[in-house]
Design a protein around this ligand. Structure first.
Ligand SMILES: [Zn+2]
Ligand SMILES: [Zn+2]
Length: 390
């Protein structure tokens, strides 16, 4: 049995197609580019010969066979059919779904579910649901699986929250990072040693905070690049990115008030409170009051426009106004077009009348009360008292 499990594990580790990077096969032939994965073929042949010499299969072995079902190896499917294992899996998942976030996950379930989310066999919805449940159990300190498997749960959990904001999210572990994590485009990287340490210590609160922090950055960068979501904070964050590009020390010297970081720290606490509620888990009154304190603090930081440049006190607006913008900036940072326009090839601030006209036009297309609130706030800040609210 152990030999079968070992081969299944190794097959999963070698599933990536060397031709195109996908991992969907018919036998050992990639369904996308048609190339044969030789390593996979050797492993599959070994597996088949062990299977042919085995008559009875225990639960753990069947779980492992199920987790490589997507390779469409005939011998594997015959065995799974013989044990009606698709139905076994379905009923275990149904049971989990029916209990929502109150199911108890036995060690046997933990083994099954963590093997399932590693494979490609389940649909997205089920993988997400299982992941959330495993994460909940992990936070409770009751999930008895290896740290390697826990890292798969954490990766999936992070990608669920990324998918809220962007398409094709990728979360990876990296051996060489200066920070606990970082993010760019659709990728979050976690420093593997730091994650190992948090798992070792069982510090899941810190782990969740790290996840929510990086997910916030993913969303910020997406919004700043696309300019599709319009709000005042994003406009200011855009400006700080431009300042940062012009003053290399700006980010480091203003870390505490740098608005992308302020918002990311705020969301660590906010999202943590939310997820605990979703999971139906209680935090101590003391930790809740600490979190509330921190949120109040970050809210204050959010309004603080004082900045330091080369050791001198200044403000965010002052530094930004000193930077000469080019037409290319308005193209690269779409949100700047809220406040600026191109006039005779120069970038200039829009007049109050122009801003008022923009504001009126936005009001025509507003879809939600939240959107209206954002637009009202943005223009009250850009136009000041003079905004003519409808
Ligand atoms: Zn391929
Ligand atoms: Zn950050």
């Amino acid at each position: 049995m152990d030999e079968i499990i070992r081969l299944c594990e190794e097959i999963k580790d070698n599933k990536k197609c060397l031709g195109c990077g996908a991992s969907k096969y018919d036998g050992c032939e990639c369904i996308y580019c048609g190339s044969i994965n030789d390593k996979l073929k050797v492993l599959a042949d070994n597996l088949i010969s062990v299977l042919n010499n085995t008559t009875d299969f225990d639960n753990k072995t069947l779980i492992n066979l199920f987790s490589i079902k997507d390779l469409n190896i005939k011998e594997v499917n015959v065995i799974l059919d013989r044990y009606n294992f698709d139905n076994v899996i379905d009923s275990r998942i149904d049971n989990l779904i029916q209990n929502r976030f109150s199911a108890t996950i036995t060690n046997d379930d933990a083994y099954l579910f963590s093997a399932l989310i590693e494979g490609n066999t389940l649909n997205r919805q089920n993988i997400d649901f299982i992941t959330m449940n495993l994460m909940r159990f992990m936070i409770m300190g009751k999930l008895d699986i290896s740290n390697e498997k826990k890292k798969v749960v954490i990766k999936n959990f992070t990608e669920i929250f990324m998918r809220d904001k962007i398409k094709n999210p990728i979360c990876i572990y990296s051996g060489k990072l200066d920070a606990q994590g970082d993010s760019f485009y659709n990728i979050i990287r976690f420093n593997e040693a730091d994650i190992d340490k948090l798992l070792e210590e069982g510090d899941y609160i810190e782990l969740l905070r790290l996840i929510f922090h990086e997910c916030t950055h993913i969303h910020q960068h997406y919004c700043i690049d696309k300019g599709s979501l319009i709000n005042y904070l994003l406009l200011l964050q855009t400006k700080e990115q431009i300042i940062r590009n012009n003053y290399p020390n700006y980010y480091r010297d203003n870390y505490k008030l740098y608005l992308e970081e302020v918002e990311a720290r705020y969301n660590e606490y906010y999202s943590l409170l939310q997820i605990m509620q979703v999971f139906g888990l209680k935090m101590s009154d003391k930790s809740i009051s600490v979190l509330n304190e921190e949120m109040i603090n970050e809210n204050k930081n959010m309004e603080d426009r004082r900045r330091v440049i080369n050791g001198n006190q200044t403000t965010l607006d002052e530094v930004f106004d000193s930077i000469k913008l080019s037409a290319n900036d308005l193209y690269k940072y779409p949100l700047l077009n809220l406040e600026y326009k191109i006039d005779n090839g120069n970038v200039v601030k829009k007049s109050v009348d122009e801003l008022q006209r923009d504001y009126d036009a936005y009001l025509q297309n507003i879809k939600t009360p939240k959107e209206k609130e954002e637009i009202d706030y943005l223009y009250s800040r850009l136009i000041g008292e003079k905004v003519n609210k409808k």
